[in-house]
Design a protein. Structure first.
Length: 117
C-alpha cells in the first residue's frame, strides 16, 4: 500500500494540535478550550487510521465522515482560541489552513469512494 497523504497530513496536524494544547496549558493557563481542541484535533488522524481497518467500504466512508465532523469542530475551536486572544493570528491562520486542507482531502476521499460504489 502506498503512502496516504491524508494519513500523513492528519498525523502531522495532530502533532501540531498536541503542541498547541501544551502551549495553552503551560503558557496561557487555559485548560478547557485546550482539551476541546486536543480531543477534536487528534481525533481526525485517529479516525483516518481506524478507517484503514474498516469492515466494509460503507464503514470506511462512515469513519471518514466522522473525521470530517471532527475537522469542522476543530476549526471552530481554533477560531474561538484566536477570537478570545489565546493564540496569535499567524498561528491560528496556519492551523486553520491545515485544518481546511484536511477537510478538502476528506471530502475528496468520501466523494471518490461514493462514486466507486
Amino acid at each position: 500500500m502506498g503512502k496516504s497523504i491524508l494519513r500523513d497530513k492528519s498525523y502531522q496536524f495532530a502533532i501540531r494540535i498536541v503542541k498547541l494544547s501544551q502551549f495553552l496549558q503551560t503558557d496561557k493557563k487555559e485548560f478547557v478550550l485546550s482539551k476541546q481542541v486536543l480531543r477534536s484535533g487528534t481525533a481526525i488522524g485517529a479516525l483516518v487510521r481506524e478507517a484503514e481497518f474498516a469492515q466494509s467500504t460503507a464503514d470506511f466512508i462512515h469513519k471518514l465522515h466522522i473525521a470530517l465532523k471532527e475537522a469542522n469542530e476543530t476549526e471552530y475551536w481554533l477560531s474561538i482560541l484566536f477570537d478570545t486572544g489565546y493564540t496569535e493570528k499567524s498561528l491560528s491562520e496556519s492551523l486553520i489552513v491545515d485544518c481546511k486542507e484536511l477537510v478538502a482531502l476528506l471530502v475528496s476521499s468520501i466523494k471518490t469512494l461514493k462514486t466507486k460504489n
